[in-house]
Ligand binder design. Structure first.
Ligand code: UDP
Ligand code: MG
Length: 330
């Protein structure tokens, strides 16, 4: 486990005072995770028990269809620090995370996956950095061996393109696993958008951030909820939510094509004036028609991506719906 070289002393206005015995919230979204929840809780408790801070575990049941909810509520019955926010249906990980952040009370909040791909042992390093004065401490994967080819492929392409076209920079190989100070969480809560691409929102709020690197293990049990198609849509969401470049590029494509057309048209006119009419031209005509037809359809499609998001934003529906908040019957 290595950490980036910045130290607390490099801040102009020394480290912010942290409470002597802070409350740390651990937020974990769960969708059909019945097989790992108990192992996860055990692993977390091993790390946080007697570690010099108070803790609470906020589980968000993202409309699981398996035993997840029952397992969570019975854990809440036996552990006073466990709270369950059950959503009314599956809203997706981004919405579930938002629900978790909204219900967490800690001085710092840690967002973590329940499948143990985000090693709980990193929490100590997170808190150490937070005490040093960093407001955001995120985990960065040393490699992506544990990921499927589809995931590696989309992820790599995504970060490269995203960081090129968007003014915002998302740290490469950083997932959602991170610690955030209370004021970062409060800032996140003020962001009103419905389409919540969390990695983008995390980067957008800024604050003093630092990465801690780790090797990402395989899932402890169960399987990934992200198919290639879901990842693709996720990436698209990221682009469209955080960049207007795909919209603006058509102006330049249009100008380039107009310029080429002007030259080509001039050439045809000159050739026709000089050499007379030349009727054959079926192949070139058809090629040009098909080409422009596709360029126009693509640009309309891109417009559609933005308009569909405007539509969703404008309706202002809640990001998630809570069915029940359960803290146990003790
Ligand atoms: N998850 C969720 N809602 C969903 C899909 C996933 O809350 O609709 C949770 C899931 O239970 C897990 C985390 O998000 O805790 C990451 O999911 P997964 O492990 O499937 O993603 P991967 O690690 O493959 O990126
Ligand atoms: Mg996982």
């Amino acid at each position: 486990m290595t950490t980036a070289p910045l130290s607390a002393s490099s801040f102009a206005n020394a480290a912010r005072a942290r409470p002597a015995r802070p409350l740390i919230s651990i937020v974990a979204p769960c969708y059909n995770e019945a097989g790992v929840i108990e192992i996860f809780v055990e692993a977390i408790l091993k790390v946080v028990d007697g570690a010099g801070y108070d803790h609470e575990l906020v589980f968000v049941d993202d409309g699981s269809e398996d035993e997840t909810r029952g397992r969570l509520t019975s854990l809440a019955d036996s552990h006073s620090q466990i709270h369950v926010v059950a959503l009314s249906r599956n809203f997706g990980k981004e919405a579930a995370l938002t629900a978790g952040l909204d219900h967490a009370n800690g001085d710092a909040v840690i967002v973590i996956d329940v499948d143990l791909q985000d090693p709980p042992e990193l929490i100590a390093a997170f808190i150490e950095k937070w005490r040093e004065g960093y407001d955001v401490v995120y985990a960065t994967r040393e490699d992506r061996r544990a990921d499927t080819f589809a995931k590696r492929f989309t992820a790599e392409g995504f970060y490269r393109l995203f960081n090129k076209i968007s003014a915002l920079k998302i740290p490469e190989n950083a997932g959602d696993y991170r610690l955030m100070d209370r004021r970062v969480v409060e800032t996140l809560k003020t962001l009103p958008e419905r389409s919540r691409f969390m990695k983008g929102l995390f980067a957008w709020v800024g604050y003093r951030s630092v990465g801690v690197s780790y090797v990402r293990p395989e899932r402890a049990a169960g399987e990934t909820k992200f198919s290639f198609w879901r990842l693709w849509n996720f990436a698209l969401e990221g682009f469209v939510s955080f960049s207007t470049a795909p919209l603006r590029v058509w102006t330049y494509v249009g100008v380039a094509i107009a310029f080429a057309s002007f030259i080509y048209a001039s050439a045809i006119i000159i050739v026709t004036l000089a050499g007379g009419r030349d009727v054959p031209g079926y192949a070139s005509l058809l090629t040009v028609i098909l080409f422009f037809g596709s360029v126009q359809l693509i640009s309309v499609g891109v417009l559609g991506e933005y308009i569909s998001r405007l539509f969703i934003e404008v309706k202002r529906r809640p990001i998630y719906v809570v069915d029940e908040v359960y803290s146990g019957d003790k």
